[in-house]
Write a protein that binds this ligand. Sequence first.
Ligand SMILES: *Cc1c(COP(=O)(O)O)cnc(C)c1O
Length: 337
Amino acid sequence: MESIDWKSLGFGYSKTDYNVRSWFRNGAWGELEVSDSEMLNIHMAATSLHYGQEAFEGLKAFRGKDGKIRVFRMIENAKRMRHSARGIMMAEVPDSLFTEAVKKAVLLNERFVPPYESGASLYIRPLLIGTGAQIGVKPADEYLFMIFVMPVGPYFKEGFKPTDLVIYREYDRAAPLGTGTFKVGGNYAASLVSGHKAHENGFSAVLYLDAKEKKYLDECGPANFFGIKQNKYVTPKSTSILPSITNMSLRQLAKDMGMEVEERPIPAEELAEFDEIGACGTAAVISPIKRVFDADLNKEYIYGNEPGKISVKLYEKLRGIQYGTEEDIHGWTDIIE
Ligand SMILES: *Cc1c(COP(=O)(O)O)cnc(C)c1O
């Protein structure tokens, strides 16, 4: 067996030993199957290929200081995948099948779970796609649910480093009453052009405004937004953002730390009032932001080159729970054995 250089891992695809799969046919989910193939053999008229019947999830497993493998809040990912499935009329994966599949995929690939000291983790990618053939626009009658995994490096290789965001009003990620709350590929397709432009111009991501009024903050491409103002954790309330499990966890940790939590529409100009802001999601937990550039108004909001105190505190607490060095008082982790 080849050895893995945990230090050189980034966030990219790499092959592991096995993936797990279950097919929905004739109205029922089949037994979980184990595969060592990276390929899918599906019908050319599958609805996932033509009409976007596709949803995914992302979560991680961590090797703790105690050597145990912990998965973070997988039941929340299971629920969210059912929410996405309902949103685009796909068969829902029962929570029990979802959690069994996560456990199996992790255990079968245990040798790819990075050691504690590396700061790396095992990324888990559940996928649900319409596989039934359909040429008229309607939901498929067959689906594939699968999970594959891969080791990924720590998001912050050179330390917890703030980056820049940009606001472009000529792009939307999701419509106000569209698919923004579902974790579906279509939202990502819609964000590729603007994301590419942001990267070309030196920004880490686009900070989207609400599509209807272009007045309120929505989220940052693949991550939610939060701001810290005195003793308050403030995060957008919107019908077009993805309910981030990291954000949900940070709201709880902020409350535990005695902070007030507000979920409400945040006008873009309020960016001037925050002491710290960040993007949050599974990949980085918190990605601190040092500057937001509003490209249309040629206006900038500056937060300093070092991550804010509260962001660091929240980040360390959450990472500690994931790696088993902080007490998991809310029961967020499952030990996989
Ligand atoms: C997955 C995702 C997030 C982050 O959610 P987590 O559950 O915290 O990983 C944020 N925004 C979008 C659009 C996403 O797809």
